[in-house]
Design a protein around this ligand. Structure first.
Ligand SMILES: C[S@@+](CC[C@H](N)C(=O)[O-])C[C@H]1O[C@@H](n2cnc3c(N)ncnc32)[C@H](O)[C@@H]1O
Length: 227
């Protein structure tokens, strides 16, 4: 297995890189289902590829009964998470680890979160991860996914695909990221017993906010489009 990408140098500027490239869209994409999570009141969350902790800090504030395990391969990213989530530190554990061979330490989890990390993995790696997580999930667990996507349209071919390729090139140079294309995470999650039941597209389908349910009996996607 190759090394995970090295985001250490980017930890302090990640927020600004995001703001300058995508403005508020990535943040809106991450937070799309926070209201429904708040209503559901998850108790035990696993956040993989946590990044600089903005979402984890927000999740801890939004769900006062939640305990979060945050995993990242970058120590500076996890330090940023600890700083941002300091008011709720008693409900946060951080793990410096490669998500691909991480054994979830405190299952079962009723919430799994992967914002913009599945795109750092191959389809086979997402499949293996989903299999591991299916064993660590409660029967009614939800999995929150934010990802880039290439829609099957003129916009997808002419704008989204070149943009995604450019992002892979840039992050390949900056972090040593190996993969050069988006994984088929939907097949991987489906094959591990997760069902997509809420989806919202942003920026013409370039971004996708997805809520997956473990062992959900209703597999019908409720799709919305924003912007
Ligand atoms: C593109 S950033 C996304 C961060 C955050 N989730 C967000 O929404 O902004 C990817 C993050 O995943 C982490 N990461 C990438 N591959 C990883 C792996 N195999 N194991 C653990 N963390 C990984 C990186 O260190 C980085 O913090």
């Amino acid at each position: 297995m190759n090394s995970p990408p090295d985001f250490n140098r980017l930890a302090s500027v990640y927020l600004w890189m995001e703001a300058l490239s995508f403005g508020p869209w990535l943040w809106w994409c991450r937070c799309a289902w926070l209201d429904s999570l708040e209503a559901r009141g998850p108790k035990n969350a696993l956040v993989l590829g946590d990044g600089d902790g903005r979402f984890t800090a927000r999740l801890l504030r939004t769900c006062p009964g939640i305990q979060v395990d945050a995993v990242d391969a970058s120590s500076p990213m996890l330090q940023a998470t600890l700083r941002r989530a300091a008011p709720d530190a008693a409900r946060l554990r951080v793990f410096l680890a490669d998500a691909r061979n991480f054994e979830p330490p405190h299952p079962p989890y009723d919430l799994i979160v992967t914002h913009f990390i599945l795109d750092c993995l191959t389809t086979a790696e997402v499949q293996a991860l989903a299999t591991t997580l299916s064993r660590a999930a409660t029967p009614d667990a939800q999995w929150l996914v934010s990802e880039f996507a290439v829609p099957q349209s003129g916009f997808g071919r002419l704008i989204a695909q070149p943009l995604v390729s450019l992002l892979y090139f840039a992050f390949g140079r900056l972090t040593g990221l190996g993969p050069r294309s988006l994984p088929d995470h939907r097949s991987a999650l489906s094959q591990s017993g997760f069902t997509l039941f809420q989806q919202r597209a942003w920026l013409g389908g370039l971004l996708s906010s997805e809520l997956w349910s473990f062992n959900a009996h209703e597999g019908k996607v409720n799709a919305e489009s924003s912007s």
